[in-house]
Design a protein around this ligand. Structure first.
Ligand code: FMN
Length: 188
C-alpha cells in the first residue's frame, strides 16, 4: 500500500476529547481555517462561513444551551450525556469553529462536511487535537436559533451545520475505533 504524510495523517487523526487549557496560536488557527477554505464545494459555491469562538464564557453558555436542547430529544444516549452535569460538549477545548452554510446552497451540508473534515486533518497534521462536535447544533434549536446566530455573526440565510473543537491534546489517542472492512464491493 502507498504510504505518505497525507495518508499517515488520515490514519493518525482521532477524535480528541481532553484538552489542555492553553490557547492555540494564531498561526495554528489560520492554518486550520485555510484548510477549511480549500475544501471542495458543489459548483465551487463556497457558501460556508466559519465562526471562531475563543471567548470561554460564551463557550460555557453554548455548552449549557446545547445540553438543554439535547436533553429533550428522542435519543437515550444523547439525553444521558446532556443530563450529565460534568459533561462538557467541547471537552474543555479553548477554540471552537462553528461551520455554517447558506441554506439554499446546491449541496451545502456536503460542502460544510468537507470543510469540517479538512480542519480535522489540518489540525492533526500540525499536532493539534480536534473533534467534530455536532452536539453544538442543539444550542440552535427553536427560539434560541436567531439569538445565537446573531450573537455569533452567522450571516443571514445561513445556518450552522457542524463545529470543530481545537486545542492541545491532553493525551495522545492510542487506539483507533474499529473500522469496518466489509463495506466495499467491486464491479470490474
Ligand atoms: C457528523 C459527525 C458528528 C459528530 N458529533 C460528535 C459530537 O457531537 N461529539 C463527539 O464527541 N464526537 C462527535 N463526532 C465524532 C465521532 O464520534 C468520531 O468521529 C467516531 O467515533 C470515530 O472516531 P475517530 O474520529 O477517533 O476516528 C462526530 C462525528 C461526525 C462525523
Amino acid at each position: 500500500m502507498a504510504a505518505n504524510e497525507v495518508l499517515a495523517t488520515i490514519k493518525k487523526r482521532r477524535s480528541i476529547r481532553a484538552f489542555q487549557e492553553k490557547q492555540i496560536t494564531e498561526e495554528e488557527l489560520q492554518t486550520v481555517l485555510e484548510a477549511a477554505r480549500y475544501a471542495p464545494s458543489a459548483g465551487n459555491q463556497q457558501l460556508w462561513h466559519f465562526t471562531v469562538i475563543q471567548d470561554q464564557q460564551l463557550l460555557a453558555e453554548l455548552n449549557v444551551s446545547a445540553k438543554a436542547g439535547a436533553a429533550v430529544i428522542d435519543n437515550e444516549h444523547i439525553q444521558q450525556l446532556a443530563k450529565n452535569e460534568k459533561f462538557n460538549i467541547f471537552f474543555g477545548a479553548s477554540t471552537v469553529v462553528l461551520v455554517s452554510g447558506k441554506e439554499d446552497g446546491l449541496e451545502i451540508e456536503s460542502d460544510c462536511a468537507a470543510a469540517t473534515q479538512n480542519m480535522l486533518l489540518a489540525a492533526e497534521s500540525i499536532g493539534l487535537g480536534s473533534c467534530w462536535v455536532d452536539l453544538t447544533l442543539f444550542a440552535f434549536l427553536g427560539e434560541k436559533s436567531e439569538y445565537y446566530k446573531e450573537k455569533l455573526g452567522v450571516p443571514a440565510g445561513y445556518r450552522p451545520f457542524s463545529s470543530v473543537v481545537l486545542g492541545y491534546k491532553k493525551v495522545e489517542a492510542v487506539n483507533a475505533p474499529h473500522r469496518k472492512e466489509d463495506v466495499v464491493n467491486y464491479i470490474r
